[in-house]
Design a protein around this ligand. Structure first.
Ligand code: CA
Length: 219
């Protein structure tokens, strides 16, 4: 899951990015409202984590701009301003959820997963494919009921392929999904992760379409 984090506090932003990365998100981090606008115009994100007090363009102005152009991107606002009025204004402007600083990183991750579930419009958060089940909330994959240990990137790759079952994802699309800006992409990392997924979950699950990409067939 690729996510845009907008936070001007360098220390806090760095901490949030590290925590979300560990939770399996690919994170792009910008530190002002204009940079966020540019990123949103050009990037493809599943979530936006937005600080309200930002240089160049406030979080509230950014949110109004985003909703004004019809975007339904799930937005969670981070704010130090814990007055009721600010929270109400944020929700009125189209935020889906908010957290007041300081907050617990685990709570942020749990709320983001809940937002993703709701935005996916899925009553059942668990993805099923044959004898394989992927539970985004528990960050768990089971095969015939047995829990299979996956790395964060393996999990993320499987999640992306299952969400797009029946559609080919190119290697480049999968790399973009796995890595945030500035993260070095190892040249054959997608192939390596796919190799591990096949070893753990069965050779037939993910098909390679040579020169095109990878696909999990629809069941
Ligand atoms: Ca701020």
């Amino acid at each position: 899951m690729r996510l845009l984090l907008v936070e001007d506090d360098a220390l806090l932003g760095d901490g949030i990015r590290a925590g979300l990365k560990q939770a399996g998100f690919a994170v792009d981090w910008v530190q002002d409202g204009r940079a966020a606008q540019l990123a949103l115009e050009t990037g493809d994100y599943a979530l936006l984590v937005l600080d309200l007090g930002l240089p160049r363009l406030s979080g509230m102005a950014l949110l109004k701009w985003l909703r004004g152009k019809g975007s339904v991107l799930p937005v969670l606002i981070l704010t130090a301003r814990d007055t009721v009025a600010d929270r109400v204004a944020g929700l009125d402007a189209g935020a889906d959820d908010y957290l007041i600083k300081p907050f617990d990183l685990d709570e942020l991750v749990a709320r983001l997963r809940a937002l993703l579930r709701r935005s996916g419009g899925q009553a059942a958060p668990i993805l099923q494919h044959g004898d394989i089940e992927l539970d985004p909330a528990a960050h768990q994959v089971r095969k015939s009921g047995q829990v299979i240990e996956l790395s964060a990137r393996e999990f993320s790759l499987l999640h992306e392929l299952l969400l797009n079952a029946g559609r080919v994802r190119s290697r480049e699309q999968l790399e973009q999904h796995l890595y945030g800006w500035g993260e070095e992409v190892e040249s054959n990392s997608v192939e390596v992760h796919i190799h591990h997924l096949r070893k753990k979950l069965g050779a037939d699950l993910i098909r390679t379409l040579r020169g095109v990409g990878y696909i999990i067939d629809k069941t």
